[in-house]
Every structure is written in structure tokens, then in C-alpha cells.
Write a protein that binds this ligand. Structure first.
Ligand code: NAI
Ligand code: MG
Length: 490
């Protein structure tokens, strides 16, 4: 770990944002606001309207009022609006990256290279989708033509976490509005500045009033109100498994369908024939990216006993190269965790790991980093799959290393997990790689890599990592409903 950067103060001016309802930024009905923080120095970086049931109701009614006209527009007309929004996100990319880093703690070089760029790609991709929503014709017996229509649902409620606020916002908004739905989005209370800025860009792009609404506020108030609202047709949620379960239970009262993208405890399996450097770099990237606050983080690394020492040594080398520091410093590769609470959680897991397993790197409190919520890479060896650090989602740069002798053993351990979000295998043996692909109980599999995601490829979980899919044609089915039509030819 390098010496802490000296610059921890920010010249960023705190921003004030109302809720984005019916095309305008407005104060909460209660007049309340809440502060949001820069996790790199603990300073307030914004004040947001604190939405409650009344504000959510206003937003939902605005979205419902906007729905008929938006639904009626041609796909091409909706595509134009999305393309305009994509152009604006591109033009404002530097500002969005700054907001993302200031508020979510991401290293600025990642916000610029990954988040802002991926958001544009998603908007362009889903703009294309607006003209490709179509049904089937079915050759039923009898004197009939049978066909299906794919129709939008109405108002979709999006609830997103703080680890990728900008991307999550776009991944919820773009497919939904491409299909002719309208949206009420509840960003995470910890990080919503970039999401509010998207509201401003929606205004500029000519997104009709009410088609996109953004209600900042707390989960158990604004989030819950959205889930309970009887005029919301569907909830698309990304976040923790605990909250996902709560939302599914709550949504049952109005029989609302829910899409859930939840947590993970993903395995990376390295076989004895794996190229050592590639294996180590995939493993390190999978747990240190975004401070380990990634739902698909490769938090369980299974090393074949023959390559265990060599791979682990290189992963430790990679950990030593991590530059933990203030996120706005261009040299920083690992920023702060999102909050004091998250730091406390992660440190709690590190302490539990120290009792159960062998810590081989990190695990101390970083010094000289001021009031930011910094936790450096921590690596545990001799982990058993039954230990807490191998079972629970930590959401920090904490790696559990497990050793195996045989393929079947590695797969059984990898699958012995309540989650099923992702898994990776590193090997040069094609047959073995494909056996793993078949055996993994997870929705996203990577062979000889980790973390690749595209607007074009379906993304989602098995088991307690959720249900429903984002991206690709798959999400277009999630944001539409199917109507079956019988036409007599007599
Ligand atoms: P969370 O899952 O509770 O929050 C995600 C979103 O849900 C936020 O917008 C929040 O306001 C909202 N929310 C919370 N309670 C709600 C409710 N009852 N009804 C409707 N919406 C609600 O995650 P939180 O509390 O920020 O973090 C707790 C832990 O969850 C983290 O330490 C991390 O381990 C895990 N997590 C996992 C994520 C993932 O993508 N796998 C994302 C965020 C957190
Ligand atoms: Mg929570």
C-alpha cells in the first residue's frame, strides 16, 4: 500500500437538489432535506429533498399521467429521446464522473473510464431496442390467427444501491422508457448526486414531463412507499438480499411483480494448468475493483493446491500495488468505502476472519487518510467454506482463499453457497472450463476473466442472488407484458 495522498480536502461545492417530479425539481412536501457526504473526507457534498409517502405519491401520479402519451409514441420517437440523452451524458461525462467519485468514493479514473462511458453505451443500446419490441404469431389449430402483443406495464419503480449510482440509474431508466413505460426512481440515500444530475439531463433532452421522476430519500420511507404504491406496476430493485426479500414480501400485498438483482459470494476457481499471472490478475481485479463493493466480486478464491502458493504470492503483489487514497487523486486505484457504517461492517468481517483463518495481507487500520472511510485490501488464506468470511457478502476488498485438490471438490464448494450471482474459472483446458460452465449454479459465468458486462448480454442471479434479468433482450421482456390475441378468419 502506498503512502496516503496528502490531498483529502475537496474544492467541490456542495450541491442542493430537489426531487425531480413531473419534469421539475421541487422541494419535498414536508420541506425536509438530508445531507449526503463525500466518503473520502466525511464532508457534506450535497443536500437533497427528503421524499416521503406524499412525494412518492406525487411522482407516481405524474408518471401515470405521462404514461398514455409516452406509450403511444412510436418506438423511433422514444429512441430519439434516448439518443439525445446519450449525447448529453457524453457531453457532461466529466461532470458526471466527478459527482460519481465525490459522492460514491470511486477512484476518479474509474468513474471517467468505466461509469460515464458504460452509461452512454447503455442509453444508445436501449435507444435501439425501442424499435425492436415485437410479439409472435402462433400457428394455433383452427380458423384463427393467434398473435402476441408486447406492451409496456405502466409506472415502473426503480430502487438502486450506492455502488454504481449512475449506471444503475441508466440500467433502470433506459430499458423501461424505451418500451414505453414511465419511471419513478429511488436512488440510494448515500450516493444520489449523479442520479439527480440525470434528471437535469432528462429535462434538456426533452424527456416529456413525468416520464422520468427521481425521488431521493430513505429506503424505509421513500423506497417502501414506492413498493407499496398501488399505481406502481412493477419494482426493479438492485441491492442487498435482505432488502430484496423485504421488498418481495411487501410487493406481494399488491401482487406487484419484482425484479431483484441481489448480493453474491462469487467463486473464482484456479486450476493447476492456469497461467499464473493471468489467474492472479483476474483474482485481484475481481475483489479489489470498486473497493470490493461489487455484487459480482470474486470474494472466494479457490486455488488448486499445486498453484496455491504461486498464485497467492502474485495476488499479494497486486494488493501491494493498490494505491489506497483520496478518490479524486488521478493516481488512486482504491478509494474509500461508502460510509462509516460500511467500514464498520467490513472491519467486523476482517476481525471475524482473523479469528477463523490466517490473514496473509492487510487488515490493519490505514493511517494518515483523514476522516475518509478507508479500508485497504485484506487477504485471508486457509479459509474453510463454512466460515463467516466465506459465506456472507462482505462488500469490501476482503479476499478469502480456499485450497482444493480436485475439480469435483472445487465445484461442490463453489456451489455450496446461498448466493448464485457469478463465478469464474481459470484454466487452459477447454473441456474442464465447459464442465465448470455447466456445473456452476450462478447466472453470470466468466472463463479466464472476470467482470465483463455488456448492455447486450443478460445479467442476473440464481438462488438468493435474485430473479429477473437486466440487459439485452431479456430485460425488454421484464419491462413489458404479453397480450395474446385470437382472431377468427371466418
Ligand atoms: P440496501 O439493499 O438496503 O439498499 C439498496 C436500496 O434499497 C437503497 O436505495 C435503499 O434506500 C433501498 N431500501 C432499503 N430498505 C428498503 C425498503 N424497506 N423498501 C424499499 N427500499 C429500501 O443496502 P444498504 O443498506 O445500503 O447496504 C447494506 C449491505 O447490503 C451492504 O453492506 C452490502 O453488503 C449489501 N449491498 C449489496 C449490494 C449489491 O449490489 N449486492 C448493493 C448495496 C448493498
Ligand atoms: Mg439497508
Amino acid at each position: 500500500m502506498n503512502k496516503p495522498e496528502t490531498q483529502t480536502a475537496s474544492d467541490f461545492k456542495p450541491e442542493t437538489w430537489g426531487a425531480f417530479i413531473n419534469g421539475e425539481f421541487v422541494a419535498a412536501a414536508s420541506g425536509k432535506t438530508f445531507p449526503t457526504f463525500n466518503p473520502g473526507n466525511g464532508e457534506v457534498c450535497g443536500h437533497l429533498a427528503e421524499c416521503d409517502e406524499e412525494d412518492v405519491d406525487r411522482a407516481v401520479r405524474a408518471a401515470l399521467a405521462a404514461f398514455p402519451a409516452w406509450k403511444k409514441k412510436t418506438g423511433a420517437a422514444r429512441a430519439k429521446v434516448l439518443m439525445k440523452l446519450a449525447q448529453l451524458v457524453e457531453a457532461h461525462g466529466a461532470k458526471l464522473a466527478e459527482l460519481e467519485s465525490i459522492n460514491a468514493g470511486k477512484p476518479i479514473r474509474d468513474s471517467k473510464a468505466i461509469d460515464a462511458v458504460t452509461a452512454i453505451d447503455a442509453l444508445e443500446y436501449f435507444a435501439g431496442m425501442a424499435t425492436k419490441i415485437q410479439g409472435d404469431t402462433i400457428p394455433v389449430p383452427g380458423p384463427y390467427i393467434n398473435m402476441t402483443l408486447r406492451e409496456p406495464l405502466g409506472v415502473i419503480g426503480g430502487i438502486i444501491p450506492w455502488n454504481y449510482p449512475l449506471l444503475q440509474a441508466i440500467w433502470k431508466i433506459a430499458p423501461a422508457i424505451a418500451a414505453g413505460n414511465t419511471v419513478v426512481l429511488k436512488p440510494a440515500e448515500q450516493a444520489c448526486l449523479s442520479v439527480m444530475y440525470i434528471g437535469k439531463l432528462c429535462q434538456e433532452a426533452g424527456v416529456p414531463a413525468g416520464v422520468v421522476n427521481i425521488v431521493p430519500g430513505f429506503g424505509n420511507v421513500a423506497g417502501l412507499a414506492l413498493v407499496q404504491h398501488h399505481m406502481v406496476a412493477k419494482i426493479m430493485f438492485t441491492g442487498s438480499t435482505v432488502t430484496g426479500k423485504r421488498i418481495a414480501a411487501e410487493a406481494a400485498a399488491t401482487l406487484k411483480p419484482v425484479g431483484l438483482e441481489l448480493g453474491g459470494k462469487s467463486a473464482v476457481i484456479v486450476f493447476e494448468d492456469a497461467p499464473i499471472d493471468q489467474a492472479a490478475s483476474v483474482a485481484a481485479m475481481s475483489i479489489f475493483s470498486n473497493q470490493g463493493q461489487v455484487c459480482t466480486a470474486g470474494s472466494r478464491l479457490f486455488l488448486h493446491e499445486k498453484v496455491h502458493d504461486k498464485v497467492l504470492e502474485k495476488v499479494i503483489e497486486a494488493a501491494k500495488k493498490v494505491r489506497l487514497g483520496y478518490q479524486m487523486d488521478p493516481g488512486t486505484t482504491m478509494g474509500p468505502l461508502i460510509s462509516a457504517r460500511q467500514k464498520e461492517r467490513v472491519v467486523g468481517y476482517i476481525n471475524s476472519g482473523k479469528k477463523d483463518a490466517k490473514i496473509v495481507y492487510g487488515g490493519e487500520e490505514p493511517s494518515g487518510l483523514g476522516k475518509g472511510h478507508f479500508v485497504g485490501p485484506a487477504i485471508f488464506d486457509q479459509v474453510q467454506n463454512s466460515m463467516t468470511i466465506a459465506r456472507e457478502e462482505i462488500f469490501g476488498p476482503v479476499l478469502s482463499v480456499l485450497t482444493f485438490k480436485e475439480e469435483g471438490e472445487a465445484l461442490a464448494l463453489a456451489n455450496d453457497c446461498t448466493f448464485g450471482l457469478a463465478a469464474s474459472v481459470i484454466t487452459r483446458d477447454v473441456g474442464r472450463a465447459m464442465r465448470c460452465v455447466q456445473a456452476f449454479e450462478a447466472g453470470n459465468i466468466w472463463v479466464n476473466t472476470w467482470g465483463a458486462v455488456s448492455s447486450m448480454a443478460p445479467y442476473g442471479g440464481y438462488k438468493q442472488s435474485g430473479y429477473g434479468r437486466e440487459m439485452g433482450f431479456a430485460v425488454m421482456r421484464e419491462v413489458t407484458q404479453e397480450k395474446n390475441v385470437w382472431v377468427s378468419v371466418r
